[in-house]
Write a protein that binds this ligand. Structure first.
Ligand code: SAM
Length: 384
């Protein structure tokens, strides 16, 4: 890895990485990555406005030749029976903005509850995970990193400096978060990874020595099918050394009315977020969806113990998608399944962690028991 100075911006550069020229819009990289265009494969850089850019490096995903593109995934899932779309495509620039608005809604208690738990537990988490050594803070699906600021501040207070490695599929939200954090914390360094979790974890294993605290917050685990959540937790475990810790935030199963309201707010922000998937297909793949002809649907399934989100066609309709060269047909009432959000009991979370090779160090929940945060360490790792 070598260091480069470009018009006063100091950057690191390594194999498979390139610098974005100052002023080159990272949103173009975002869109190119979605379309699978070649320039998205090697872009690594910082935006022109990066504050304290000598403290920032951004790595973008290297797309393998065989990795499915957005068009491939839409072709697979919208022509499946029943129809569905992968929820990771919610998070383009507009989707990330809408998710930020969801996080401020009173109905979406997940964010405020987890933030409150983190505020109360930050110094304990830092003391338990660091045991006196400097930690690297890693976050999977970091989004705006707003809740993470509590931990960043606690770690900076304990160790004076910090390397933060946020991993997120959305380059735009990563850049925005990095600029805000670097302006707020002069001794913070950030290596952002605009890529999927698995790729970020693999890159991290090659780069980072020393104890790590890995965050997986916001109940993102609940978006995985049960077998996949187990597989993914094992994958995280595989990348952790004996000194590392995982902080896992997950939503608990409770009052179905409260759960449903969290995904179907009266102001309709979650509906806009859901429908943005169709708008994204329009913008990026030349789709002709009319969002008015779909309803947002969110309900709790007691059998599956999950909230399901769907888009339900109001009418019989045919929608061309130019980039796919096909027309997708809907009958009135037919739905596209867009997301699952599994809910857990605290006992299930403890068992899941154990099965995946972790031991629980401590866990916290809010007084009505709606949300849980667990600090885990690799099982068999000796306490230092
Ligand atoms: C539900 S939001 C949670 C954001 C934040 N962690 C929080 O708790 O508020 C999920 C985040 O994960 C990112 N994401 C979704 N799927 C991903 C994937 N497969 N790999 C990496 N990031 C992903 C999204 O861009 C989004 O920022």
């Amino acid at each position: 890895m070598s260091r480069h100075d470009v018009r006063g911006l100091s950057l690191w550069r390594g194999q498979g990485q390139e610098l974005l020229a100052p002023g080159l819009d990272h949103r173009k990289a975002d869109r190119a990555a979605t379309l699978g265009q070649p320039q998205a494969r090697t872009l690594v850089g910082v935006s022109n406005a990066a504050v304290g850019s000598s403290r920032l490096r951004m790595d973008h995903a290297l797309r393998g030749r065989k990795a499915p593109s957005f068009a491939d995934d839409v072709r697979t899932s919208l022509w499946d029976v029943p129809k569905w779309l992968p929820s990771k495509y919610f998070y383009d620039e507009r989707g990330s903005e809408l998710f930020e608005r969801i996080c401020t809604l009173p109905e979406y208690y997940l964010t405020s509850t987890e933030a409150q738990i983190l505020r109360g537990a930050a110094s304990e988490i830092v003391a338990e995970a660091s045991m006196g050594e400097d930690l690297v803070l890693v976050e999977l699906g970091s989004g705006s990193s707003r809740k993470t600021q509590t931990l960043i501040a606690a770690l900076l207070a304990a160790q004076g400096r910090l390397l933060y490695v946020p991993i997120d599929i959305s380059p735009t939200i990563l850049h925005q978060a990095a600029e805000r954090l670097l302006a707020a914390y002069p001794t913070l360094r950030i290596v952002g990874k605009a890529m999927e979790h698995e790729q970020g974890l693999a890159a991290l294993s090659l780069e980072q020595q020393g104890p790590k605290l890995v965050l997986f917050l916001g109940s993102s685990l609940g978006n995985y099918e049960p077998a996949d959540s187990e597989r993914f937790l094992r994958e995280i475990r595989r990348h952790l050394g004996p000194q590392d810790h995982l902080l896992l935030g997950a939503d608990l199963c409770h009052d179905p009315a409260v759960l449903e309201a969290a995904y179907d707010d009266p102001t309709g922000v979650t509906a806009l977020f859901n429908k943005n998937l169709l708008e994204r297909i329009n913008r990026e793949l030349g789709g002709r969806f009319s969002t008015e002809s779909f309803d947002h649907l969110a309900f709790f399934s007691p059998e599956k113990v999950r909230v399901e989100m769907h888009l339900r066609s109001r009418i019989d309709q045919q929608v061309p998608i130019e980039a796919i060269g096909e027309v997708v047909r809907f009958s009135a009432g037919e739905t596209i399944h867009t997301e699952n959000c599994y809910k857990y009991t605290r006992e299930q979370l403890t068992t899941l962690a154990e099965v995946c090779g972790f031991a629980q160090v401590t866990s916290w929940s809010d007084p009505p028991d709606r949300f849980s945060v667990q600090l885990l360490r690799p099982r068999g790792a000796s306490l230092r």
